[in-house]
Design a protein around this ligand. Structure first.
Ligand code: ATP
Ligand code: MG
Length: 439
């Protein structure tokens, strides 16, 4: 992409309404624009990152055996009356009436909708286990939408729903999602700590929240200091028994603040840390809570019909965009981990009207694209300082700076956005260096 032809509306001023770094940086980097409270348009740079995060989530869900579907945003109230949640859900649910006076709602979550799909088609335990997921917009009329897309009213969520014959089998499905979450967040460069959590309005028996540490996080976390040195990336075979893997993580103490009991905490006070974090995922096992009232039953091996055991598994796809920025930025701007970066490398042409600079930048840009990278070419007619500042701001992992001084001796400057390290290299070596770091 050539910046001269792109739509990247950068802001010079720091927006006053933004209280936290990710919100400020997303506005300044031209990623989002507020439409109304807690509702945003995603501009090109933001949309690219959102899609990259969604794709990582999708790949890891598929690997763990979940199957992608797409359910609607608008649901009929009848389904929610069946589960009993139509009245319970309260003011967070956006209720709509259509032209035929039918009560509809903009889905805050999809347990009822997916249970309806299941009960329509599945009759036998032989179709189990089954895990269906989608990546879809949700609406929750949050009392206090804030921090940009971190606590929005409209937000993008991956939600998966597992169906099993009994509690033991449901535990296996739960463990698969647990492990796939660790892998998903690790691919985005995040350390997400799974914490035992309250099951809240979804209800149920077992639940973990996945929290990334950040000072501006809304959740309190208590955990053993060993978490900070734990390698959360595990190589897994999803067909193996994952219970030992899950046990290894849950044995390292970590609790959401509402679950922390200071009088009965097993961790010595010297080892206990209390920090703030951002909830990026939440998994639940809730058994027959929806299947029983909604009649989602299957015939077991003995022929008897029983309600299926269900779990649900959410990831805040749009919240992750902000979460990653909170975890990875400096005073000059965003520092994208390569796997979610909107572009892999920026070729910054400091003097587009200089023949040598332009032909070198064009050549590099073409070769990077041909080698499979996604390059951004800064060919704008701007001051060199302004160019470098805006490329720092939008956080592209590598910068290749082409200027007249370097051209005189046949070199370009390659800079790593994260480390700040810069080296002068021939254009060919610059290309190899950037390509060697391919995500
Ligand atoms: P929270 O405790 O932050 O309000 P929740 O427990 O209500 O979240 P879940 O129902 O568990 O949320 O939803 C799954 C995931 O969706 C959460 O882990 C979070 O990452 C994301 N999410 C929930 N609410 C919002 C929101 N208002 N804006 C952006 N993302 C959200
Ligand atoms: Mg939650």
């Amino acid at each position: 992409m050539r910046l001269s032809q792109y739509f990247l509306p950068l802001l010079k001023e720091t927006p006053k309404e933004a209280q936290i770094a990710s919100h400020r940086l997303m506005l300044r980097a031209g990623m989002i624009q507020q439409s109304s409270a807690g509702i945003y348009s995603w501009l090109p740079l933001g949309k690219k990152v959102l899609d990259k995060i969604g794709q990582i989530v999708r790949e890891e869900q598929n690997r763990a055996g979940a199957i992608e579907i797409m359910m609607p945003t608008i649901q009929p109230s009848e389904l929610w009356q069946e589960s009993g949640r139509y009245d319970d859900y309260g003011a967070e649910m956006l209720r709509i009436r259509d032209r035929h006076e039918r009560d509809m709602l903009y889905g805050p979550t999809n347990e009822e909708q997916v249970t309806d799909i299941f009960r329509t088609h599945v009759r036998s335990y032989k179709a189990l286990p089954l895990n269906l997921y989608h990546i879809q917009w949700k609406f929750r009329d949050e009392v206090r939408p804030r921090f940009g897309i971190m606590r929005g009213r409209e937000f993008l969520m991956k939600d998966a729903y597992s169906f099993d014959l009994n509690a033991d089998a449901a535990r296996t499905s739960y463990n698969r999602m647990f492990v796939s979450y660790l892998k998903t967040f690790a691919r985005m460069g995040l350390t997400a700590i799974p914490m035992e959590a309250d099951t809240g309005p979804i209800g149920g028996d077992m639940s973990h929240e996945f929290i990334i540490l950040a000072e501006t996080g809304e959740s309190g976390v208590y955990f053993h200091k060993d978490w900070l040195n734990t390698d959360l990336v595990t190589s897994v075979d999803y067909n193996e028994d994952l219970q030992p893997v899950v046990d290894r993580f849950t044995s390292l103490y970590a609790r959401a603040d509402e679950m922390h009991d200071p009088d009965n905490c097993p961790v010595a006070s010297d080892d206990l840390m209390s920090l703030r974090g951002i909830e990026v995922g939440h998994i639940f096992y809730f058994g027959e809570k929806y299947s029983a009232p909604m009649g989602a039953t299957v015939a077991g091996p003995d022929g008897a019909n029983t309600p299926v055991h269900m779990g649900s598994y959410g990831i805040g796809v749009s919240r992750l965009v902000g979460g990653i920025i909170e975890a990875s930025h400096d005073d000059r701007g965003i520092i994208w981990p390569r796997a979610v970066a909107p572009f892999d490398v920026a070729v910054v042409n400091l003097k587009p009207d200089d023949e040598a600079c332009s032909s070198c930048a064009e050549d590099l840009y073409g070769k990077l694209a041909a080698a499979g990278a996604d390059p951004l070419m800064d060919d704008r007619d701007e001051r060199p300082g302004a160019k470098l500042a805006s490329i720092d701001l939008i956080g592209i992992p590598w910068q290749i700076v082409v200027g007249p001084r370097g051209m005189a001796s046949g070199v370009v400057e390659v800079k790593n956005r994260r480390t700040g390290e810069a080296v002068e290299l021939s254009p060919e070596s610059a290309l190899s260096m950037v390509m060697a770091d391919a995500a």
